[in-house]
Design a protein around this ligand. Sequence first.
Ligand code: DQA
Length: 144
Amino acid sequence: MADTIFVLNGPNLNLLGTREPEIYGSDTLDDIAGQLEDRGRELGLTIDMRQSNHEGHLVDWLQEAQARGAKAVLLNAGAFTHTSLAVYDAIKSIKTPVIEVHLSNPLTREEFRHESYVGRAARGTIAGFGALSYMLALEAAARI
Ligand code: DQA
């Protein structure tokens, strides 16, 4: 599993493509998975893409990433980014590097999005580039 990148997506990201496209773009999560898989193939990396609307699933999957020896996790925790101590603790509890990803740039949006528990624990953050944020995070994951 050392060549596997977990890509974990939190609440409402299953609606990408139709959800506020002026903010999040028109690519669906499946589109993004396809883009990551194509680039992953070139980099010799396997993409394990998941989405859940439930906080505990993200915690379980972060723990699983370490247990299965994943190379890195790309994590777009959606709104849990700004609220979840459980996700923060899970990131702190594993040695697997976690890269925080956002389509939008939360720092240019409402004040309640300015706090990021994920960002306080993650190795680094890529935000504001739409679907490209995931690709840039994959490039980073391949090099760390
Ligand atoms: C998001 C930003 C979050 O503030 C928001 O709650 C999301 C999506 C992004 O990718 O831009 O669900 O994580």
